[in-house]
Design a protein around this ligand. Structure first.
Ligand code: ADP
Ligand code: MG
Ligand code: ZN
Length: 478
């Protein structure tokens, strides 16, 4: 490759504090426009913001999970600019002393693991939301979002391609979801990611001029936007042109980035410490309490699933992708079900039903207890794996206990030799042709005969016994 991409990500994540970061207003996303507002978040003169303690705690949780140093002392600054979504004409943010800094996160991309440096994670307030009617004419501002707790997470320029960027975002989102500090819903804007992209001749050290791609609605969109941007910059340079530092948007329909505005430099914001807010002091004891409150994080859980349950890296990855899934899995295994079997039924069979019906696992009628009860019915030989699929579907729809379904539908596996034997005799009598074929040495026909026997018993014959008994009866009647 002629050029090497250099990428740094900036992610804004809305933390799920119940109230806003500097006032008591609710953060409910679904409230009617401009109903969650007060003089503080509307930027009235003379009001005094007060910082939300939980916002600081959640930010420190993220900082610790990202292996950051937590500042013992930090402060809030005013970032001054005019925009209709910002009634105060400044955003309260953090400038030179972020709450969390110098961390890292390990990602897996292209089959290898790689460490991405975290420059900083700082606390700020979200802005209002501008709304425009399609076709123009009307614009509005919804101040419900103004003042919602926002954490900005900035990486070092350590990312070397679109796939790594995708892996970083996936890993970060997973971490935030495990920490339960944000729903990370991109459609509702609770997670917004921007990519800073430049290229340099492969083998050289110094960075090229970067562009910043904003307003992309999905991780896969960001991946495509980065790929496009790398190719665009390479072509530009090859043709003797120069990359200009600017903010670019992403047109998902056309699959291209486009220039939005030239980058204003940082000092334009005239940052200065907000005189209305006291410094944030996180002493060792508080940091320690927050550290102790951290849940088991995704990477640790993945490793434990592999070593503790003997799962493959792939299965462990699938089962820990969402915390809810991992919790569910462990609830099943705790009831004594075989780990591998539980993994398959959850991540393949039940997952297929959930995907088909666009249902969340946590909303499913197939609770962990019910799935475990069904797995036990397989393990103790009451039902076969084939019948279990039927039971699972019934449970999925009706929410009944697996035992009740098995009894109601009379699905108990037939393990009674004499019943299977008489069915085998009937099958042999009804299929003289295939039986003759089998006896002349065509072993393949045996499979057909077993199929007929299963059909005759409505799939309920214990499959292993069906095989054995049929072979025995074929021999006896030769
Ligand atoms: P800005 O002031 O333009 O926001 P920053 O220095 O704050 O720039 O960096 C923002 C992000 O851009 C960070 O993630 C950083 O790692 C990344 N970055 C900085 N320089 C480059 C570059 N030349 N190419 C790619 N990414 C870069
Ligand atoms: Mg920036
Ligand atoms: Zn308010």
């Amino acid at each position: 490759m002629k050029y090497e991409p250099v990428i740094g990500m900036e992610v804004h994540v809305e933390l799920s504090t119940k109230s806003k970061v500097f006032c008591g207003c609710s953060t409910n996303f679904h409230a009617p426009a401009n109903s969650n507002v007060c003089p503080v978040c509307l930027g009235m003169p003379g009001v005094l913001p007060v910082i939300n303690k939980r916002a600081v705690e959640m930010s420190v949780m993220v900082g610790l999970a990202l292996n950051c140093t937590i500042s013992r002392w930090s402060k809030m600054d005013r970032k001054n600019y005019f925009y209709p979504d910002l009634a105060k004409n400044y955003q309260i943010s953090q400038y030179d002393l972020p709450l969390c800094h110098d961390g890292f996160i390990d990602i897996k991309a292209n089959g290898t693991s790689k460490r991405i440096g975290i420059t900083r994670a700082h606390l700020e307030e979200d802005t209002a939301r501008n709304t425009h009617t399609i076709g123009g004419g009307d614009s509005g501002v919804d101040f419900n979002r103004c003042g919602v707790t926002l954490l900005e997470i900035v990486t070092e320029p350590d990312i070397r391609g679109a796939e790594e960027a995708f892996a970083y975002l996936t890993e970060l989102k997973q971490l935030l979801r495990y920490l339960d500090v944000s729903d990370c819903n991109m459609e509702e804007g609770s997670l917004r990611a921007e990519a800073n992209i430049s290229i340099r001749p492969t083998g050289t050290e110094s960075f090229g001029t970067k562009t910043e791609v904003k307003n992309v609605a999905s991780f896969s969109g960001i991946q495509k936007a980065i790929e496009f941007e790398i190719a665009r910059q390479a072509k530009l340079i090859d043709e003797g042109g120069k990359v200009v530092q600017e903010t670019r948007g992403w047109d998902a329909d056309r699959g291209i980035t486009f220039s939005q505005r030239a980058k204003e430099s940082a000092h334009d914001y005239r940052y200065f410490p907000d005189p209305d807010l006291v410094p944030i002091v996180v002493d060792e004891a508080w940091e320690g309490r927050i550290r102790e409150s951290l849940p088991e994080l995704p990477q640790a859980r993945r490793a434990r699933f592999e070593s503790g349950y003997g799962l493959s890296a792939y299965d462990a990855g699938v089962l820990t992708a969402e915390k809810e899934m991992a919790d569910y899995y462990e609830a099943v295994v705790k009831q004594g079900c075989a780990p591998k079997q539980a993994a398959n039924w959850l991540s393949v069979e039940l997952q297929a039903l959930l995907t088909e019906h666009k249902q969340e696992l946590t909303a499913s009628k197939v609770t962990a207890d019910r799935l475990a009860a069904m797995l036990k019915l397989i393990e103790d030989g009451t039902i076969s794996g084939k019948i279990a699929k039927e039971v699972l579907l019934d449970m999925f729809e009706s929410g009944k206990e697996p035992k009740a379904i098995v009894e109601e539908k009379n699905l108990v596996q037939i393990s009674d030799t004499s019943a299977i034997e008489s069915a085998a005799r009937e099958v042999i009598a009804a299929n003289p042709g295939p039986v003759a074929e089998f006896r002349s040495g065509k072993e393949k026909t045996f499979g057909f005969l077993v199929g007929q026997l299963m059909k005759a018993t409505k799939g309920k014959a214990n499959p292993q016994m069906a095989n054995e008994v049929l072979r025995k009866v074929l021999k006896e009647t030769e």
